[in-house]
Design a protein around this ligand. Sequence first.
Ligand code: SF4
Length: 432
Amino acid sequence: MSVTIFNIDPGSIAQELGIEKGDILLSVNGEQFTDALEYKFLTAEEYVELEILQGDEIVVYEIEKEPYEDIGLSFENSLIDEPRSCRNKCIFCFIDQLPKGLRKPLYFKDDDTRLSFLTGNYVTLTNVKDEEIDKVIRLRLSPINVSVHATEPELRKQMLNNRFGGRIMEHIRKLTENGITVNCQIVLVKGVNDGVHLEKSVRDLSDFYPGVHSISVVPVGISDHREGLYPLSPFEKADAEEVVSLLEKLQEENRKKYGSRIVYIADEFYLKAEQEIPDIEVYEDFPQIENGVGMLSSMQEELCCELKTERKEVRPGKRSIATGLCAYDYIRRFADMVQQRYPQVEIDVHPVENRLFGHRVNVAGLLSGGDLLAGLSGKQLGDTLILTRSMLRAEGDLFLDDMTPQELEEKLGVKVVFVENEGKDFVDKILK
Ligand code: SF4
């Protein structure tokens, strides 16, 4: 594949050589590349030859550099080619449950091993040929995050609605035997892959440790927009208690057998079971914190550490925090910890119902601008409203329903600030 150079980094090797924006990169070390990862892999060498089309002339640049030193070329699309979409029709797919009328990218179902490596997305490996598994190994795309859901081939095929879904153990075996670390996710669907199926999946995957570094078990999300979809039931308190008890038993077995728990339980299961979130030791190196697993435990610990140091600059006054119904009790507890330490600050915490997706979706990160507006209008919010950054898209400019933070500020008449899900930022944003 040839690719047009979109930009040259200032001060880079490429700029020094006189390569220009708009030139066309034809090959690296005489090899064609198909995407950004191959390009990165090929240019990691100490000696690199770039074949570049400049106007009508092909120029070959010979570069000697440090291993892994970036040459300074960038391309319009960070993947170079388009992200690959999924070929499944999972019975629990949350994208199928989105209301109509949201922005288009939210409906895109990606399932791309390159994105797993670059941005941590979970992939099912149902749309990859054997050569592509070889490519993951050759390019050392490690770690990768894999959505497993079930290790029994027929059950996985049924859950993914894909006849190619049954080879997951074979793929994971090949990846781990060749030095690729795999983090697995199980989306738990009540009455489908729980109970004995869950136990088998966790045991099967744990056998690959340390190649399989972690397994997270997260509950299926169920919105109100499910016309014509597979019937799903939410986990109730007793179901969540069973899940926690089974997984804690497997954690203990794994700890004795492998020296690691390997499997980690989503915060939502403890909250649903009305049990205390475990101490940080239980999450070991927090391998799935990006997936929200262990977030509350980590925040609580960071908060305790943060509050040991006295802040000199504290702005007195009233602040408000809005959160989902799910973690309300914990956020209230965190706010109380800050308020006890700094009584000159008053903190209200408002649980906000999700109207966009329905009441069963109760995590803060899926609240829309409209939900916040409906839930907070007419309330005395003090001088600042604090929200989690995860409510916004990656660019930080829009809620799920395309409302901007500025619009929300104007409509509620309060300054809005966003906080990362970590203790120090939580204290900073409340006190400043
Ligand atoms: S892999 Fe399944 S859950 Fe993920 S986007 Fe595709 S259909 Fe949806």
